[in-house]
Design a protein around this ligand. Structure first.
Ligand SMILES: Nc1nc2c(c(=O)[nH]1)N[C@H]1C(S)=C(S)[C@@H](COP(=O)(O)OP(=O)(O)OC[C@H]3O[C@@H](n4cnc5c(=O)[nH]c(N)nc54)[C@H](O)[C@@H]3O)O[C@H]1N2
Ligand SMILES: Nc1nc2c(c(=O)[nH]1)N[C@H]1C(S)=C(S)[C@@H](COP(=O)(O)OP(=O)(O)OC[C@H]3O[C@@H](n4cnc5c(=O)[nH]c(N)nc54)[C@H](O)[C@@H]3O)O[C@H]1N2
Ligand code: SF4
Ligand SMILES: [Mo]
Length: 753
């Protein structure tokens, strides 16, 4: 815990009580005009305010659709619409993107920098601070950590635009620990699996050629509830054109209703289904023989490997009838190569996820869909040069050194790994001592909240840069309020789609309250830390203009058009018939048999391992997305809470009957480790979920009263995910191995104040 006294920092204790930011507003400290004025001058008087519409790209999720912001006569924001020239959205935003306005108007926003202080009786609170004071404190504390432990004992957790500037700051400081939960808690396993197979990852937007596909296989991926805009649009076009959809999901998802086949698989058994599909496609000779012969490595080993993985074998595991397994395999083969076995995006499920995604990649390879129309196209590789800056020092150690040789195949830092490396252990030379957390609500995002909080208690500094008083801000030593994406410049958005394009984000309004953009925060911190040379520019507009001029555009042009499309330069979208191709793998081939996995001591071909099943009276906790919300970040957004303000618990009628549950009845949930949900969640009795699972939308159940619309609404899946199934190959944190039972009341001792 830090105290700030006459420019010195005194460590008074290591305990961090969660501070409800609401205590501040109760004290009635409201910002005065001087703060506002300083914010305006920092951004510069914007001619933006005179434009009828200003370009932006959305930050409500990371599909990053480009749009136009329209304003009222008084300069306040009226609405956001899609930019018709943008391939990510084709002029149409999703409900969340339209509702992004609510983020700007949310009166619960963070309003000014805050510093944790301890009162006489040991009670911890935040007090308001000026930017100068708050940033001085951060800079001094970072310097102290550097002197005491080394710069490499600091880390950045990030999601969203600010990560680039803050990442550069951290690298300049001497640390390479830059982690995003959107990797080890999201798409990491599929990237590693596809790199091992095709020598290329998938990135975002994924190069799935859905628009021209004839068969789309969705394993878990619940497109339509998962509202990644361009993909959902392409899927509905493909359906209109007669493509068949095969959905594998224990839940009757929105897209299951549009599917030719819905396979209500027993949860945690997908690997068995995938192996049986591979078996059927190989042994019925439905694979693309020319493609497999020319481009792949290890076919004979694979054929032998899957010999006994028959549909009959898989039936016993998955509950999917053998004839359906064969029929769906034939459906895919009939469409090949215009078939996509979709890799999904949030794939950290059961700890064997990289191998599941290997099976997905192998299926695509056998059907010849990689590099083919209606399968996976070859993405463009446009890049925008970085504004000149000195090279970064080499960090003395990185998060990887703390992993003791594990997860060598992970291509990005693991947020969970950095969190682990913050808890002192005999295996660590030095645990991490300082965190900067930007735009990621780690308490709701990393599984096993107790561990995250334990890590936080070991820190000497926790800085949180956020727009809202979310769970993570309550643990901060210093809270730095960022202005919303509608009030700031940011890096150019670069899309490597079929054709490359860029989009501009510029402020549509002046920052409300005493908030600042992340680039400004990074630059100011750099200056205070003696690293100003890395941010050698006056205004961020100048950086953008310089970058744009390098690629034949200008800021002036981009303000007018918002999105600029460039001609494709990376060659054709699809492989030519018989073309010689060198894949970026050890063998130069598509590896059905992974030499990279073998070298690391992992199975070179995916197998099947059974997973734990729910004990009697417990149900597997399943979770997913709702079209009108993004994670926990929108759950207080006034426009979006109008559409949905709480989550509900899907319960199969058989289970409901057994427990005497009725529609709308509130229940608490208790997991296998005895953790009881903070709040009750209302039951929704529905045939759409299997009897062995329950389902809820992630991101609800906030426990901070300062979130006036989200507080106490529904339950938090994150709170109940205490058991983590870690992927041995890349360290992804499987989160679907948790089981819950129903509770009708809580004991007094379980009620949090
Ligand atoms: N509206 C909205 N859209 C979003 C987001 C958002 O927050 N809101 N977030 C975006 C992000 S970052 C991501 S990563 C994606 C996530 O979206 P997806 O990648 O589509 O997520 P999944 O976890 O694959 O999908 C959840 C589905 O998996 C099913 N499922 C659960 N267990 C199993 C199982 O054992 N086997 C199978 N086959 N299915 C199972 C669930 O029933 C549910 O329908 O969504 C993106 N799009
Ligand atoms: N239990 C559970 N855990 C999950 C998932 C799940 O479904 N269930 N999904 C996983 C997946 S797929 C992903 S990608 C991750 C995502 O996890 P995160 O990236 O952590 O997403 P959020 O929880 O929405 O946290 C976003 C935070 O950013 C803040 N924020 C919003 N806009 C801005 C901004 O402009 N600037 C700044 N500085 N802050 C901003 C929000 O207020 C919020 O505190 O979570 C993973 N973890
Ligand atoms: S999909 Fe929706 S929330 Fe995501 S960037 Fe596009 S408009 Fe915004
Ligand atoms: Mo994600």
């Amino acid at each position: 815990m830090l105290l700030y006294q006459k420019n010195t920092i005194v460590m008074v204790q290591n305990r961090r009580d969660f501070i409800k930011i609401s205590s501040l507003s109760a004290a009635g400290v409201i910002l005065g005009a001087p703060y506002l004025r300083s914010a305006v001058s920092a951004i510069g008087k914007q001619e933006a305010l005179n434009l009828q519409r200003t370009p932006t790209y959305c930050e409500i999720c990371f599909w990053k659709c480009a749009g136009w912001v329209y304003k009222n006569d008084d300069g306040s924001i009226k609405k956001i619409v899609g930019n018709a020239d943008d391939s990510n959205c084709n002029g149409r935003l999703c409900p969340r993107g339209t509702g992004g306005v609510g983020m700007y108007y949310d009166e619960d926003r963070l309003k000014t920098p805050l510093i944790r202080v301890t009162g006489k009786n040991g009670e911890q609170t935040f007090r308001e601070a000026s930017w100068d004071e708050a940033l001085d404190l951060v800079a001094q504390k970072m310097q102290q950590i550097k002197e005491k432990h080394g710069a490499e004992c600091t880390a950045l957790f990030t999601h969203g635009s600010g990560g680039h500037y803050l990442g550069n700051l951290l690298k300049a400081f001497g640390s390479g620990n830059i982690a995003a939960p959107s990797y080890a808690q999201c798409r990491g396993p599929r990237e590693v699996a596809f790199v091992a197979t095709f020598g290329a990852g998938l990135d975002s937007p994924e190069p799935t050629d859905i628009r021209d596909t004839r068969c789309l296989v969705l394993i878990g991926s619940h497109l339509g509830e998962n509202m990644h805009n361009g993909q959902v649009q392409e899927m509905s076009d493909a359906i209109d054109k007669g493509a068949s959809i095969i959905t594998v999901d224990p839940r009757f998802s929105t897209v299951a209703a549009k599917s030719k086949f819905w396979l209500p698989i027993k949860p945690a058994t997908d690997n068995a289904l995938l192996l049986a599909w591979i078996h059927e496609i190989i042994y019925n000779e439905w694979y693309d023989q020319k493609y497999v012969e020319k481009y792949t490595y290890g076919f004979d080993q694979l054929k032998e490997h899957v010999r006994n993985f028959t549909p009959e074998w898989a039936f016993g595991i998955t509950t999917i009838r053998p004839e359906i397994i064969t029929e769906t395999a034939r459906e895919m083969a009939n469409a090949a190569p215009s078939v996509i076995i979709h890799p999904g995006r949030h794939v950290t499920w059961y700890g064997d996820d990289t191998q599941r995604l290997r099976a997905v990649a192998i299926l695509n390879a056998l059907l010849g869909s990689w590099g083919r129309r209606g399968g996976f196209y070859q993405p463009e590789k446009l890049s925008v040069p970085e504004h000149p800056m000195p090279s970064f020092p080499k960090p003395a150690r990185t998060w990887r050194d703390a992993m003791n040789g594990k997860y060598a195949l992970a291509d990005l830092a693991l947020a969970s790994g950095v969190c682990d490396a913050t808890i002192p252990s005999p295996n660590l030379d030095c645990s991490i001592k300082g965190w900067i957390v930007n735009g990621t609500n780690l308490i709701m995002t990393l599984p096993d909240q107790k561990k995250t909080i334990e890590a936080i208690q070991n820190l000497e500094l926790l800085v949180v840069i956020d727009t809202m008083p979310m769970e993570i801000t309550g643990y901060a030593d210093v809270v730095l309020p960022e202005c919303t994406y509608l009030e700031r410049w940011d890096d150019l958005r670069v899309v490597h789609g079929r054709e490359p394009n860029i989009a501009l984000r510029m402020p549509a309004a002046e920052p409300k309250y005493n908030t600042k953009p992340a680039y400004w925060i990074a630059k100011e911190l750099a200056r205070k830390m003696g690293l100003g040379a890395y941010f050698d520019w006056e205004n961020f507009e100048d950086v953008l203009d310089w970058q744009l001029k390098q690629i034949g555009s200008s800021l002036e042009e981009m303000k007018r058009i918002g999105v600029k499309n460039f001609p494709r330069e990376s060659g054709p979208l699809y492989f030519a018939e018989g073309e010689d191709i060198e894949f970026d793998t050890n063998t130069g081939k598509i590896e059905l048999y992974s030499t990279a996995f073998e070298a690391e001591g992992f199975d070179p071909m995916p197998g099947y391992t059974p997973h734990e099943e729910p004990p009697a009276g417990y149900y597997r906790l399943n979770y997913g997305r709702a079209p009108m919300h993004t994670f926990s970040r929108t759950s207080n957004n006034p426009n979006l809470t109008d559409l949905m303000d709480h989550n509900v618990l899907w319960v199969n009628p058989k289970v409901a009957k057994e427990w005497g549950l009725s529609n709308g009845q509130p229940v608490y949930l208790e997991n296998q480790d005895g953790v009881v949900s903070d709040f009750p969640i209302k039951v929704r009795v529905t045939e759409r979920i299997r009897f062995d699972s329950v389902y809820m939308v992630h991101g609800f159940g906030h426990a901070d009263k300062k979130l006036s619309r989200a507080y106490g609404k529904g339950a938090s899946d994150s709170q109940l995910i205490t058991k983590v199934l870690t992927d041995p190959i890349m360290g992804g944190t499987g989160m679907r191995g948790n089981f819950v039972t129903f509770r009708f009341e809580k004991k007094e001792s379980e009620v949090k104040s």
